[in-house]
Ligand binder design. Structure first.
Ligand SMILES: [Ca+2]
Ligand SMILES: [Ca+2]
Ligand SMILES: [Ca+2]
Ligand SMILES: [Ca+2]
Length: 227
C-alpha cells in the first residue's frame, strides 16, 4: 500500500492503544520510523483500542481510504478527502451491512478489503476475536459499496483452543484473526491468509501463546461467488 503516492510501498499497523502507525518506505528500501496517522484536522486517528487497519480505495475516487476495526468489533471508514499524494482522512463513520453497523462476535474486528468474489468490487473480509472470518459481499457499486450479510469463510476457534492437547501443533486457526487476501499459489484465484492468536493450557503448569499464519487455498470460485 502506497499511502503517500510516491511509488514506494508503505506499511500500516494498528496498535493496542489504538493509534494507527504508518511506516513510509525510503528510497534505499528501508522504512522510516513509524509515525502516528492524523486526520485532516491534525488529530490522531483513533477509533478504539486494539485497532487493526486496512487501506483501499473504498469509494472509487482514486485515493486510498482507511478502514479500522476496534476491540468492540466495530469497523470504521475514514474517507480520504485529500488526494492520492496528500491524504486527508475525514471523520470516521461505522461501516454498515444490511442497514446495521458491522459488529463482529467476540470483538477485535480485523478488516481486510479485497475483491473476494472477483466481480470487480471490493468486499470486506473481517476477522474477529472468536476466530471467525466473515466475508461481506459488496452488492453496491464501486463508488457506493453496499454490504450484504456476512458469510463465514473460517469458523470460530471453539473449545479446542481453551483446552488444547499439545501446544505446538494446533489443528486449526485460533482466535483474534487478521485476514489478508492474495493469490498465494498463483492459480488466478484469491486465497486467504489468516494470522491468529492461540492460548494453550495443558495441565497445571504448561502454558503457551502462539501466533500462527494459516493459508486457505481457494478452490472452486463459483462456490463463494453466490452464483
Ligand atoms: Ca509510499
Ligand atoms: Ca477513495
Ligand atoms: Ca467483490
Ligand atoms: Ca490462488
Amino acid at each position: 500500500m502506497d499511502l503517500n503516492g510516491d511509488g514506494k510501498m508503505d506499511l500500516l499497523s494498528g496498535s493496542w492503544p489504538g493509534e494507527i502507525y504508518v511506516f513510509y518506505r525510503k528510497a534505499n528500501g528501508t522504512y522510516a520510523v513509524g509515525e502516528k496517522l492524523k486526520d485532516k484536522s491534525g488529530r490522531l486517528i483513533k477509533v478504539g483500542s486494539a485497532s487493526a487497519a486496512a487501506v483501499a480505495d473504498w469509494d472509487g475516487d482514486g485515493d486510498l481510504d482507511l478502514v479500522i476495526g476496534n476491540i468492540e468489533g466495530a469497523v470504521f471508514l475514514l474517507k480520504n478527502e485529500g488526494t492520492a499524494q496528500k491524504p486527508a482522512f475525514g471523520a470516521g463513520a461505522k461501516l454498515m451491512a444490511v442497514g446495521k453497523p458491522v459488529m463482529v462476535e467476540g470483538g477485535d474486528a480485523g478488516p481486510c478489503l479485497a475483491d473476494w468474489d472477483g466481480d470487480g468490487k471490493l468486499d470486506l473480509v473481517l476477522g474477529s476475536g472468536s476466530g471467525k472470518v466473515n466475508w461481506y459481499r459488496n452488492i453496491g457499486t464501486g463508488k457506493e459499496p453496499e454490504l450484504e450479510a456476512p458469510r463465514p469463510l473460517v469458523i470460530e476457534a471453539g473449545g479446542e483452543f481453551k483446552d488444547a492437547v499439545g501446544f505446538d501443533n494446533p489443528k486449526r486457526c485460533g482466535m483474534r484473526t487478521k485476514p489478508a487476501v492474495a493469490d498465494w499459489n498463483g492459480d488466478g484465484k484469491p486465497d486467504l491468509l489468516v494470522g491468529d492468536f492461540s492460548y494453550f493450557s495443558v495441565g497445571n503448569n504448561q502454558h503457551g501463546r502462539h501466533g500462527w499464519v494459516w493459508v486457505y487455498l481457494r478452490q472452486g470460485a463459483e462456490k463463494l461467488a453466490g452464483k
